[in-house]
Design a protein around this ligand. Sequence first.
Ligand code: FAD
Length: 479
Amino acid sequence: MKTTLHEIRNQAGELLPQTALDTLKESFKGKLILDDDEHYDSARLVWNKMIDKKPAIITRCSGVADVIQAVNFARENKLQLAIRGGAHNVAGNAVGDNALVVDLSAMKSVWVDPKQKTAKVQGGATWQDVDHETQAFGLACPGGVVSDTGVAGLTLGGGLSWMRRKVGMSIDNLIGADIVLATGELVHASKSEHEDLFWAVRGGGGNFGVVTCFEFKLMDLGPKVFFTACMYPREDAEKVMRFWVEYTRTVPDEVTTDCIHWAIPDHPNFPEELHGKGVTVIAGMYSGAPEEGQKIMKPLREITKPVLDLSNIYPYVGVQQMFDPFLQKQTFYGYWKSIYLDDLSKEVQDIIISKANGLPAPETLLSIRNLQGAISDVPTDVTAFGDRSARFLLSIDTMWTDALDNEKNIEWTRNFFNEMQKYSKGKVYFNFNADLVGPSDMLKDSFGENYEKLVAIKTRYDPENFFRLNTNIKPMSHK
Ligand code: FAD
């Protein structure tokens, strides 16, 4: 490990003394990665290929003690701090130019209590770590649908899983969190301790501190579940969407489905003759007995003649990894925007279909997630997340493979997003959001009636806005 300091200047423009780093090195148990380390590039690169930040120091923490040291070091030496969980966030805030990165990727342990049906999960774990441990006991925690997504970022922003309509978002299953604050103090937040902080981290993102451990309640599920993945030709998109929208009105909360406009990728998992074919996919899972799901979701497989129908009873862990091969880290340049829609009128459906038929980049996904159920059973003021009433979430996941197309694709995404505003209350899902560029104040519109309370809690716990490389809620002093 090489830890000689090159010229690192802090936010005040002052040169960081080598002695400061030497002192940190003496007591830090994990790995300190500087720009001449052979692991520097792999440690600084995130899921989105468009993000090319050069941090000053990456502190790969081995435990809470290291996190406290890293936070104290950044604060005392006036370095900007970034927090890296699973590095999936499309905005790329897990890293920052000249920043100190609190890298949690070595803190991945998961401890399940099968009797209590709870799990403690370290801040750098991914959903595959959680699925592996929980499924050993026939239990599951609602998380992401791509298995190497980080538990931390996903949970702090909400968390939309294949069981969301049955048990709500990941935050609705969170019981407590251990958090290192800007002062370096470790606190536990739950319904009975630091209740305000517990409220804020359920939707308010990484604004309040570094979460070193999450505690979740678990549900009974698996080892087998029914999953539908029926791919219809894009030519039939109108018929498929019309049917799906009506179907979602009638089904029980065990049924969670998405309608995804996609092009079948050039991947050996698919027959070669279908590579590049535009499809409208109905994908979804039944959170209950697989045979029951097979029956209830059968109509989704008979809307018209599919190009490919991969629906089946699968191991739950297999479902959680099904999309992994097509969404690998560092494959795509990505710019995503998302917007909640109260309804999908025929007019809105037709706009989305016309966009799907005129994508600037074929790798792009236009996903519409059906919500409500257990998500909207939770009143708005119970967590920081904000209004939960929308029936659908449209996510414009624009992805491409040539950096020369960056500008064109960003502009297309923004235009589409702006066009959808009149069909929405303006709330976005920050986990699928590249930036705050848009026609209105996304923070205020998204947190709604919870916004002022979030600002007050941010002011209480992080008055200097130390944690600001995120969807930033500014404390009063920084307004
Ligand atoms: P990171 O980039 O590491 O972190 C994102 C931000 O979260 C950081 O900038 C920081 O502000 C904060 N943060 C991270 N770790 C901590 C911590 N320990 N303490 C405090 N703050 C922290 N979302 C869904 O809801 N459902 C999905 O199914 C889903 N699938 C996805 C699939 C892919 C391929 C991708 C790229 C994203 C997906 N997402 C999904 C979006 C995902 O929720 C967000 O990108 C989320 O931010 C990822 O968390 P992370 O820890 O991997 O990200």
